[in-house]
Design a protein around this ligand. Structure first.
Ligand code: C5P
Length: 197
């Protein structure tokens, strides 16, 4: 079965947790596409060459989850040639037999506009910064400033900006628990699968 779940939205909104949970529940493969941009940013040197030469081993570095790696990722992610170099791999993953969940910023709009289910997961900057701060520590006000700066860079770039697809289901996790959001996501997927049967 070819079935793509596209999960987009800003940092620390809950996309990763929701994606992993629904992938496990439905037996779909999962790709965290942010890791691709993080790996390109972490390689250093010419980002376009780094994106063109990206190999799976680059995705298992253990420093990719840091705030600095997220910041570096969003800087290389504005470069159209970097994005272009990563498109084919993501598209192939999305349409692989057996079902796929991809989370990122442009999955439902650019990578896989034909995705069977699209979700846009968001939350207020304050709530997202608080969640991120609990993971990484440091000064919470600095974390909030970085969240706001990264949102602006991702939403305002010319190529593949972060935006909800018109047909995406909106999940605002500001006041909704992540487990409630997982249930909403799962029920959207289930009803689409049942509608196709
Ligand atoms: O999701 P994550 O925080 O790991 O993403 C890091 C950065 O990579 C984002 O801030 C964004 O600039 C970029 N990104 C993107 N398109 C995606 C996934 C991530 O531009 N599909």
């Amino acid at each position: 079965m070819i079935f793509t779940v596209a999960i987009d939205g800003p940092a620390a909104a809950g996309k990763g947790t929701i994606s992993r949970a629904v992938a496990e529940r439905f037996g779909f493969r999962h790709l965290d596409t942010g890791l691709l941009y993080r790996a390109v940013g972490a390689k250093g040197g010419d980002p376009v060459a780094a994106a063109q030469a990206l190999v799976p081993d680059d995705l298992v570095r253990d420093d990719l989850r840091s705030l600095a790696a997220g910041e570096a990722a969003s800087r290389v992610a504005v470069i159209p040639e970097v994005r272009a170099a990563l498109v084919e791999f993501q598209r192939r993953f999305a349409r692989m037999d057996g079902g796929a969940v991809l989370d990122g910023r442009d999955i439902g709009t650019v990578i896989c506009p034909e995705a069977e289910v699209k979700l846009f997961v968001t939350a207020s900057p304050q709530v997202r910064a608080h969640r991120r701060w609990r993971e990484v520590g440091g000064d919470e006000a600095d974390v909030l400033a970085q969240v706001i700066a990264r949102d602006a860079r991702d939403a305002d770039r010319a190529t593949a900006p972060m935006v909800a697809a018109p047909d995406a289901v909106l999940l605002d996790t500001t006041e909704m628990s992540i487990s409630a959001a997982v249930e909403r996501a799962a029920s959207a997927i289930r009803s689409t699968i049942e509608g196709r049967a």
